[in-house]
Each structure stands twice: as structure tokens, then as C-alpha cells.
Design a protein around this ligand. Structure first.
Ligand SMILES: NC(=O)C1=CN([C@@H]2O[C@H](COP(=O)(O)OP(=O)(O)OC[C@H]3O[C@@H](n4cnc5c(N)ncnc54)[C@H](O)[C@@H]3O)[C@@H](O)[C@H]2O)[C@H](O)CC1
Ligand SMILES: [K+]
Length: 544
């Protein structure tokens, strides 16, 4: 599924109208109709949960000829509701095309027998173009209208509210009457369905203004908007349904710098990951790659262990864990499947880079960082491995902080194989020289910019993890849960990505597939436990 910015959406809109010849009013009709259909679907669900109260009174199923005709003659099921008279919706209409969509929805809801009242944010004379046409149509049908500020609006009396105040044409926080209406809608406690995006969110970043509509459902038009995928926007949007409105998807596919929702379909079709791939019957441990993990330190030994075990569970044929020699006796019994290689005398030091480099020569992947700690000369240590290894590289945790301190790293010799960086927002902030708040404000933007500038695959972790590719494309993950916010979870992800790289996936494939599987493992582990609260990183490995 494509994810677009509002600028991309405007361009797609323009090309559909100008190059393909679909009139804008037809797109608006499709948009409004889709919104009405989704509202009716929502009402169906609401009514069916309240069914007990009406039991015995509903429908005439199975009575006489009605039954005979079933399947032969059908009505417009998408716009049918058994008791439409129980519903009365307020349509809050802004003066732009988002308002126009709302007016079309009002007309279709009315047609379904649902009571509707339009509440204009501004005097309706101010509407222009397609939206003005919808205003006139609604008036011709006698749809009741109110104007904010001129008429009293009883929000408490309705059964639901359509938020068609601001769409992708919004700039900055909602001002004036828009802010007042958003606040009133939220305070009413009524079910709110947003047209395209909740009024008050930034469609590109997911930032929310004060106030911002808190929607139960957002009917996103044409293509998913970036801001609906990232928190806090994702929270404000509620459930999101994307409805096509007639804009050809191949036009979208031609856009530069697209983002995608990371689904099983995206993995297979967009990223060419064979998710059903089987091990060949005559394969041996060497067939499935060899990961070298350089991680852990005497005070954080678990990080290296989690990372190494995850690499094995992700399917790597062999895993060697390079670690400081004094840790070896303590780790020897911890995971018999992992080979241990002493790479430093006491603790990690700059000289140990040679030992790791030597070990990496015969390995397919090097994963560095989890639990490593910082030490004198660690920048030089990292540079030696960055420039000296020919295998694929995954850089995490402290190794990312080392990288952030090496301000000149873009002048280092370019790596010949794929490099995957896996920062959490704090590490990302240090890498990009920004604050964590700035990173979180526009996560997709920050990830895309960094990956393209440094020609790496970047995994920006956190709820709705982003995988950004060197070519400027990005993927947004939706698997996983809040229980995964626990120590060691990131070490497991690094191991999974390394384990996938070892089996021949590219950096982008391994990063995307790894993030997806890591989240699925979290969901499976939470389901197995019956709760997410008690999830620990080791559970993720077991769930793989
Ligand atoms: N995707 C498509 O191809 C289609 C989308 N449709 C819908 O159109 C909106 C975008 O419409 P647009 O007219 O460009 O802008 P808006 O309706 O979002 O609002 C612009 C309107 O609001 C004023 N304004 C802007 N920012 C603020 C603010 N912060 N506070 C107060 N007022 C603000 C501005 O002056 C304008 O007057 C899209 O989201 C879809 O819903 C089409 O209907 C179908 C094709
Ligand atoms: K809206």
C-alpha cells in the first residue's frame, strides 16, 4: 500500500484531472460516497452490538417472496441500514474541498435515510469551485444547514459527526472557527468520522495541533497519508480505511520518494522477499551463512547473547560471537549453539578491531554494537571495521553513538556491501545532529533524508518503525506492540536482521523483513502470554 505526502497527493490529483481527464467533481463524488459507505458500515457495527434491545423486531428475512428474490434482485447494500432513522449526523464542513467531500457524504447519507445537518465553518457563500457546487446541490435537496457562529449547534443531540473541516490543504494549527468546532466536536463525546485526515493533524508528519480531532474512524482518500501512520497522528485518526476514488494507482507508482506500508504483500511484491522460502533439502549449515556478532561487555553481556541467539533463530547457519576474553567462561554454557571467539584482552579496546577484522574475513555478516559500551579510540575501532570489512554490516547501539561522534564519517572509504543502521530515536538524533523531539516530529522525513544522504539502509525504531532505503523510498511497519518496549528488544532485532542478511537477503530486504518478523514475534509472544506487559526480549526469540 502506497503512502504519500500532501504534495504528492496534490500532484496525483492534478495529473488525474489534467492528463487522464477524470473531472475533479467525479473524484469528489467518489470520495464523499466512500465516506458515506464507511459511516454506514460503522453504524451497522454499532447497531449489531446493541442488537439485544431490538431482538425480535428486526427485518423480514425469510418471509414469502422477499426470500425468493434474494440473490436475484438486490438493493445498494453499501448504503443500506436497517434502522437509519436512529441516526442523525452532523457534517462539519470547511470551505475547501475537504468540506466538499463532506457535503457529498451528507447527500448519500440522506439517501440512505439517515438524518443529516450540515454545519458550515464559514458562511457558505465563501465556498468555491467543486465545493460550491456541492453546497448548491445540498441546498437544492433541502438538506438542513447551520452556520457556525450564526446558529446554535446542538452537538449533543446527534449520533455522529463527520469531520470535513480541513484536509490536505491545511496549513498550520487550525485557526479561529475551525479550532472552536474541533474542540466542540471532541467535547461532545460523539463518534467522529474524519474525511481524509483528522482536522488538526499534519498530513505529512503526524504531528497534532491543539486542538485536533480525535476520530473513531478516518476514511483516507485515494492513498494513505504519511501523517496517519506515525504517532501521535495515528492515535488521532483512530481506525483508518483507505478508499480509492478513481486516481489510477500506476500514477502513484511513478512518484519519486514513495513510502509503503510494510505488509506481507509489500514484502513479496515490492521488496521481492520470498516469505515462503524453504531450506533446500540438501543444504548444510554453511548454506545459510555465518554471522559474526561483536557485542556485549562485562557489564552488558546479555546484549551480545540476545543478538547472537536471535541471529540463529532467524535462520543463520552459524553464529560466532566475538567478545572480551574474560567474559568467555561465563558465557560458555549460556548458548551451546553459538561459537565464542575472544577478541579483546580485558574489555573492548582500539586494538581489538584487528581481531574482529580477522574473524570477519570468513563471515558473511558483521553485527556490531549491542552492549559494547564506549572506550578510548572507539571511533578508530569503528572506522577500521567500517572500511576494512567486505561483508554486510549491521550497526546498532553504542556503535551508532561512535558513528555519531565521527563527524567526518561520510569521507570514509565507501562500503562495498550493504550497511544497515538501526537507531532508536535518541541514537538517530545524535547521528543527525538534531534533538530527539525534532526526529520524532517528522520520523519518515528524518529517516529518508539520512538514508539517502549516507547511502545506508536505516531502521528508525519506535512505534511504527521506519525502514528507509538509500534510493529515498521508505517502509512503515505496523506489526508489534507496546510490550516490546523492553530492554534487549533492539538487540534481538539486530540479530534477526544479521541472520537474514547471512541467508542472502539484501540490506533493504533484511531490514524490512527483519522489522516485520520482529513485530510479529512480539505479537505472537504477547498472545501466548495473554498480555503484552510482561513481555521480555527473550520471549521474542522464542516466538520467532
Ligand atoms: N485526493 C484528491 O485527489 C482529492 C481530494 N479531495 C479532498 O480535498 C482535500 C484538500 O482540499 P483543499 O481544498 O486543497 O484543502 P482543504 O479542504 O484541506 O482546506 C483548505 C481550506 O482551509 C483553509 N485553511 C488551511 N489551513 C487552515 C488552518 N490551519 N486553519 C483554518 N483554515 C485553514 C484554507 O484557507 C482553505 O480555504 C483533501 O483532503 C480531500 O478531502 C477532493 O475532494 C477529491 C480529490
Ligand atoms: K478532515
Amino acid at each position: 500500500m502506497y503512502i504519500v505526502t500532501s504534495a504528492q497527493m496534490r500532484e496525483l490529483d492534478r495529473r488525474t484531472i489534467e492528463d487522464i481527464g477524470i473531472p475533479s467533481i467525479a473524484l469528489m463524488e467518489n470520495a464523499g460516497r466512500a465516506i458515506a459507505e464507511e459511516i454506514i458500515r460503522l453504524c451497522h457495527r454499532r447497531h449489531s452490538t446493541a442488537q439485544e434491545t431490538w431482538n425480535g423486531h428486526g427485518g423480514n428475512e425469510g418471509i414469502g417472496p422477499e426470500k425468493e428474490f434474494q440473490g436475484l434482485i438486490r438493493g445498494d447494500a453499501a448504503l443500506e441500514l436497517e434502522h437509519p432513522e436512529k441516526e442523525h449526523w452532523l457534517i462539519l464542513a470547511g470551505k475547501g474541498n475537504n468540506g466538499g467531500d463532506g457535503l457529498v457524504a451528507a447527500r448519500h447519507l440522506r439517501e440512505a435515510g439517515i438524518g443529516v445537518t450540515v454545519v458550515y465553518a464559514l458562511p457558505p457563500e465563501q465556498l468555491q469551485g467543486d465545493a460550491a457546487m456541492q453546497r448548491d446541490t445540498a441546498a437544492a435537496l433541502g438538506i438542513p444547514l447551520l452556520v457556525h457562529g450564526r446558529d446554535a449547534v446542538d452537538y449533543a443531540a446527534c449520533t455522529g459527526i463527520v469531520d470535513a473541516l480541513l484536509g490536505t490543504g491545511a496549513h498550520g494549527s487550525p485557526r479561529g472557527v475551525y479550532a472552536d468546532m474541533i474542540a466542540a466536536a471532541n467535547v461532545s463525546g460523539k463518534t467522529i468520522v474524519s474525511a481524509d485526515i483528522p482536522s488538526g493533524i499534519n498530513a505529512d508528519t503526524g504531528e497534532v495541533s491543539q486542538p485536533c480531532i480525535a476520530a473513531r474512524l478516518t476514511v483516507c482518500l485515494a492513498f494513505l497519508k504519511r501523517g496517519l501512520t506515525q504517532y501521535p497522528g495515528a492515535e488521532a485518526a483512530g481506525e483508518v480505511v483507505v478508499r480509492s476514488i478513481g486516481i489510477p494507482s500506476e500514477l502513484c507508482g511513478q512518484q519519486e520518494g514513495l513510502a509503503f506500508l510494510l505488509t506481507a504483500g509489500t514484502l513479496r511484491e515490492q521488496l521481492r522477499v520470498d516469505t515462503a522460502r524453504r531450506r533446500s533439502p540438501d543444504g548444510h549449515k554453511g548454506t545459510y551463512g555465518h554471522v559474526l556478532v561483536a557485542a556485549g561487555s562485562p557489564r552488558m553481556s546479555g546484549a551480545g547473547l540476545l543478538c547472537s541467539r536471535a541471529a540463529l533463530r532467524a535462520g543463520s547457519g552459524l553464529v560466532t560471537w566475538a567478545l572480551p576474553a574474560p567474559m568467555l567462561p561465563h558465557m560458555a554454557g549460556a548458548a551451546p549453539e553459538i561459537m565464542l571467539a575472544p577478541a579483546a584482552g580485558g574489555d573492548w579496546d582500539v586494538a581489538s578491531a584487528r581481531a574482529v577484522l580477522q574473524l570477519a574475513r570468513s563471515r558473511d555478516v558483521l553485527a556490531i554494537g549491542p552492549g559494547l559500551g564506549r572506550f578510548n579510540g572507539d571511533g578508530e575501532w569503528l572506522r577500521t571495521l567500517w572500511e576494512g570489512t567486505e561483508c554486510q554490516l549491521v550497526v546498532d547501539a553504542d556503535a551508532l553513538n561512535m558513528l555519531a561522534d565521527c563527524k567526518d564519517y561520510s569521507t570514509w572509504n565507501a562500503r562495498k556491501t550493504d550497511t544497515v543502521l538501526t537507531p532508536h530515536p535518541g541514537e538517530m538524533a545524535r547521528l543527525a545532529g538534531m534533538s530527539t523531539k525534532e526526529i520524532q516530529r517528522d520520523r519518515i522525513g528524518a529517516a529518508v533524508k539520512y538514508a539517502a544522504a549516507h547511502q545506508v539502509t536505516l531502521v528508525l525504531k519506535g512505534a511504527r518503525t521506519i525502514i528507509a532505503a538509500p534510493d529515498g523510498s521508505a517502509y512503515v511497519n505496523i506489526t508489534g506492540n507496546a510490550g516490546m518496549a523492553t530492554g534487549g528488544s533492539g538487540d534481538v532485532l539486530t540479530g534477526i536482521i544479521a541472520g537474514l542478511l547471512a541467508q542472502g537477503f539484501t540490506g533493504l530486504q533484511a531490514a524490512a523483513y527483519g522489522v516485520y518478523l520482529h513485530g510479529l514475534a512480539g505479537d505472537a509472544a504477547a498472545a501466548r502470554r495473554g498480555n503484552m506487559l510482561s513481555l521480555i526480549a527473550g520471549d521474542l526469540i522464542e516466538a520467532l
